[in-house]
Design a protein around this ligand. Structure first.
Ligand code: ATP
Length: 361
């Protein structure tokens, strides 16, 4: 269990963490997702004891870590910029954590454990090679192996798959998840890739400007995003956000008056809002609210097609199965439909903060 409360950390004038609150449950695989500079690495370093916060507390398994040295915290951390011994073999790099007095294992147990981890990471055939002669992706796997090889109270992983190509990333994602499931060690996994967070996280924490904006399961984050920025962070193509206002009867009316969506918004008439709908939730000629527009552009994405449609002055994109969208040409009239349960409503974005989600029926 990892608990951070009210963590503040500044570097000169830069506030890296600004009252961060985080709870990672025992045995959980928790993904911390955020853009560059949001404070992800600083969060991990604070847990590991490599940075001392200006304020706030770090607890591991209910124990306050104030004054506890990194080595005594029992967490294993893998940095994005990994420190390996380039002249030593991959095997020796994996074995070195097991030679430290704290984690020393009998030689045959160590060999067994290294074998297991190497197999999981697909590096068994590389164990005799010096790390300096491995590819970036192979080195990254050795670095990850060094973390996983020793028993720890928690694993802290900082973008551990960032140097791998797309195919290997996908394969390793599945393996990492299997490792978590098998070993049940609390894991805090940092990434700026929302696909990775959705694929791996039992829960996801979205971090921005040194604070956690939202914590939830992938369903909670996807269906009830806290604000427009969280909604934009998940899903490609991105969520459509149409500007408009709440009409006197609580329905949505777009700014150009061309789109009306019946709903009962939990907001005063006249409130400026954005209505959100994900491209995969818009159908061509389906059931639900109907919208008419004209085709702007189409782009084939493998087995599906992304169709961008002009609706009044706005564009919306939708993803349709290839069969249903072949033959569409620019300027063709199209009828779209959206199910009311797939509509999200947000306050309009403001310069000081992204629009928050508003409930509606
Ligand atoms: N040692 C340091 N000295 C000065 N500023 C720092 C230091 N470490 C981090 N910062 C600043 O603190 C903020 C948060 O940095 P952090 O590395 O935690 O972000 P991040 O979310 O991990 O980003 P990235 O994905 O780019 O690694 C940034 O503005 C960064 O420039």
């Amino acid at each position: 269990m990892i608990r951070l409360s009210g963590i503040r950390k500044t570097y000169g004038k830069v506030t890296a963490l600004d009252g961060l609150e985080l709870d990672v449950r025992e045995g959980e695989f928790f993904c911390l997702l955020g853009p560059s500079g949001a404070g992800k690495t600083t969060t991990l370093k604070t847990i590991a004891g490599l940075e001392i916060p200006d304020a706030g507390t770090v607890e591991l398994d209910g124990e306050d870590m104030r004054g506890v040295e990194p080595y005594d915290r029992g967490v294993a951390m893998c940095f994005e910029s990994y420190a390996l011994y380039p002249h030593k073999s991959a095997y020796d790099n994996l074995a070195s954590p097991l030679r430290s007095p704290r984690h020393r294992l009998p030689a045959d147990r160590a060999r067994e454990r290294i074998g297991e981890v190497a197999e999981l990471l697909g590096i068994s055939a590389l164990l005799d090679r010096p790390v300096g002669r491995l590819s970036n992706g192979q080195r990254q796997r050795v670095a990850l192996g060094r973390v996983l090889v020793r028993p720890a109270r928690a694993f802290l992983l900082d973008e551990p798959l960032s140097h791998l190509d797309a195919k290997l990333r996908q394969q390793m994602r599945a393996e990492l998840k299997a490792i978590g499931a098998v070993r049940r060690t609390t894991t805090l996994y940092v990434t700026h890739d929302s696909v990775e967070a959705l694929a791996l996280g039992d829960r996801i924490g979205v971090i921005r400007d040194g604070r956690i904006v939202q914590t939830g399961t992938r369903e909670e984050i996807w269906y009830r995003p806290h604000d427009t920025e969280v909604a934009r962070a998940f899903g490609r193509p991105r969520i459509n956000l149409l500007p408009g206002a709440i009409a006197p009867d609580g329905s949505f009316r777009s700014a150009d008056g061309k789109v009306e969506l019946p709903m009962r918004a939990d907001a005063a008439p006249g409130t400026e809002v954005l209505v959100g709908v994900r491209p995969r939730d818009i159908e061509l000629n389906g059931r639900g609210h109907e919208l008419t527009g004209t085709v702007y552009v189409t782009e084939v994405l493998g087995r599906s097609v992304e169709v961008t449609v002009r609706l009044g002055e706005q564009h919306v994109s939708l993803v349709a199965p290839r069969g249903g969208a072949t033959g569409l040409r620019p300027d063709d009239p199209v009828r779209l439909s959206v199910r009311p349960e797939n509509l999200l409503l947000f306050e309009a974005d403001r310069p000081e903060r992204p629009g928050r989600r508003i409930d509606h029926d």
